[in-house]
Design a protein around this ligand. Structure first.
Ligand code: PLP
Length: 413
C-alpha cells in the first residue's frame, strides 16, 4: 500500500471524508487527486483520467473553467468572507430567479444537505404540520430524518438505515415509491392533513439513474395541493443539469419549494432553497422559522456561481450535445457488454448515466480495468455518472475504446 493511502486510512475514517470515495464498493484503493482541468482529473503520479464523476456532477463546465477561476480569484483578492451581505448574493439570486418559475425568494446555504433541511423546516413551519413523504432510494442529504432508504451512500454499504438516528427522529418520515401513485395515495388517505410536504428528486440520481416520470410528478403535484401539503423539488443534481433551469419546470410542473446545490456553486460548496414570497416570508428574519449560517452566501462561492450561470446561459443550445455524447457512451457500453456476454443494465437520462452488472464482482473487474485505461467512473453502481461541456468528441472516442478493452473479461458465475 502506498504511504499516502496508509496515512489517509490512519488519519481519516476509511481514508476519506465521504463514504463512496473510499472505493470500497469497487474493491480497490482510490487514487489521490492532484489537479484537474477540463474533462481530466490527474492523480498524484500525474496519470490523467477522463472524469465522469466531476465532483458528483457539480462541475458541469468541466474542471477549473477559466471564467469561474477568474471570478473566484478576483473574489479571493477582495477578502474571502465578511459576515455582511454582498451584491454578489443579489446577483446570483437574480440569475436563479430568472431561470426558475416561482423562485421569488432564495436563501443560500453551504451544502445540499442544509438546503433540504431548511426547506423541510420551512414547509413544516408554514403548514404547521410534521409529516414528510420521501421516496424510497432517493437521497436528500444526511439530515437524521432522511437517513431511511436513502440511496447510494447507504446502498453502497448495503444498509437501509443509519445507526445513531433515534426512532423518534424518523417517525414523521413516510416512505412512498417513486412512480407508484397508489403508494402516495395510501399515505394521504391515512395521514392527509398531517403531511407538511412531499420531497422528490424529479429524476433519480442517487440510486442509479432514474428518468423522470412526468405523469407521476403531475399526480403528486395535484395531490399535495389538494391536501394542503407542499411539493419540494430536490433539484440539487437536476438543477441546471439538463437545461438552464429546473427539470420540474421543463416538465411543466411548478413545485412550491426548490432545493439547489452542486452546479450553482461552480464547484464550490453551496446549497440554496426558495420559492414564493408567501412561503419564504415565514423564514427568519422575516418569519419565525429559524435558519442561519456563518458562511451562507460566501462571496467566493457566489461569484463562482454567477460565472457558472453566465457561461451556461451562453451554452443553452449545447445542452443537447451533452445528451448525444452520453448516448455515444451508453451505446458502446451496451454493445460491448453484449459482445462479451455480460449482463449489464445501463440507465440514462440527459447528461447522466449509470450501470449495473448482475454481479458486483463484474462491475469491480470492469471498473478497475477502465480506471487503469484512464477513465474515471463513479466508484459505485448506485451513483450517477456525469458529463461536462468540456468533454470533447475525442474524449468520448477514447472512453469508448477504453470501454471496449475493459469489457473483455470473463463473466463471473
Ligand atoms: C448531493 C445531493 C444532496 C446533498 O448535497 P450535499 O451538498 O452533499 O450536502 C441532496 N439531494 C440530492 C438529490 C443530491 O444529489
Amino acid at each position: 500500500m502506498e504511504k499516502i493511502t496508509k496515512r489517509a486510512k490512519e488519519l481519516l475514517v476509511g481514508g476519506v471524508n465521504s463514504p463512496v470515495r473510499s472505493f470500497n464498493y469497487v474493491g480497490t484503493d482510490p487514487f489521490f487527486a492532484k489537479k484537474a482541468k477540463g474533462s481530466r482529473i490527474y492523480d498524484e503520479k500525474d496519470k490523467a483520467y477522463i472524469d465522469y464523476v466531476l465532483s458528483f456532477g457539480a462541475n458541469i463546465l468541466g474542471h477549473a473553467h477559466c471564467e469561474v477561476i477568474k471570478e473566484a480569484q478576483n473574489a479571493i483578492r477582495a477578502g474571502v468572507s465578511y459576515g455582511v451581505t454582498t451584491r454578489h448574493e443579489v446577483e446570483l439570486a437574480e440569475g436563479i430567479n430568472k431561470a426558475i418559475r416561482g423562485m421569488e425568494k432564495i436563501r443560500f446555504v453551504n451544502s445540499g444537505t442544509e438546503a433540504v433541511m431548511g426547506a423541510v423546516r420551512l414547509a413544516r413551519g408554514y403548514t404547521g404540520r410534521d409529516k414528510i413523504i420521501k421516496f424510497k432510494d432517493s437521497y436528500h442529504g444526511h439530515a437524521d430524518y432522511f437517513l431511511v432508504k436513502s440511496g447510494s451512500g447507504l446502498a453502497t454499504l448495503g444498509i437501509p438505515f443509519s445507526k445513531g438516528v433515534p426512532r423518534e427522529f424518523i417517525k414523521h418520515t413516510l416512505l412512498a415509491e417513486y412512480g407508484n401513485k397508489d403508494s402516495v395515495d395510501r399515505i394521504f388517505a391515512k395521514h392527509g392533513k398531517k403531511i407538511a410536504a412531499i420531497i422528490v428528486e424529479p429524476a433519480g440520481g442517487n440510486y442509479g439513474v432514474i428518468p423522470p416520470d412526468r405523469d407521476f410528478l403531475k399526480h403528486i403535484r395535484k395531490l399535495s395541493k389538494k391536501n394542503g401539503a407542499l411539493l419540494i423539488s430536490d433539484e440539487i443534481i437536476t438543477g441546471f443539469r439538463f437545461s438552464y433551469g429546473t427539470l420540474t419546470n421543463t416538465l411543466g410542473i411548478k413545485p412550491d419549494l426548490y432545493c439547489l446545490g452542486k452546479i450553482i456553486g461552480g464547484g464550490f460548496p453551496i446549497g440554496a432553497y426558495g420559492g414564493s414570497k408567501k412561503i419564504m416570508k415565514e423564514l427568519s428574519p422575516e418569519g419565525q422559522v429559524y435558519q442561519a449560517s456563518t458562511f451562507g452566501g460566501n462571496p467566493v462561492v457566489m461569484r463562482s456561481g454567477i460565472a457558472t450561470l453566465k457561461t451556461l446561459l451562453k451554452n443553452i443550445s449545447n445542452y443537447k450535445k451533452l445528451t448525444d455524447k452520453v448516448r455515444g457512451l451508453t451505446n458502446v457500453l451496451k454493445e460491448e457488454a453484449k459482445n462479451n456476454g455480460h449482463n449489464l443494465e445501463v440507465a440514462e437520462y440527459g447528461s447522466m448515466f449509470s450501470l449495473k452488472f448482475d454481479k458486483q464482482k463484474d462491475f469491480q473487474k470492469f471498473y478497475k480495468r477502465l480506471l487503469s485505461n484512464g477513465v474515471f467512473l463513479a466508484p459505485s453502481e448506485y451513483e450517477a455518472n456525469f458529463i461536462s461541456f468540456a468533454h470533447t468528441q475525442s474524449d468520448i472516442q477514447k472512453t469508448q475504446n477504453a470501454i471496449s478493452k475493459a469489457m473483455r473479461f470473463k463473466r463471473s458465475n
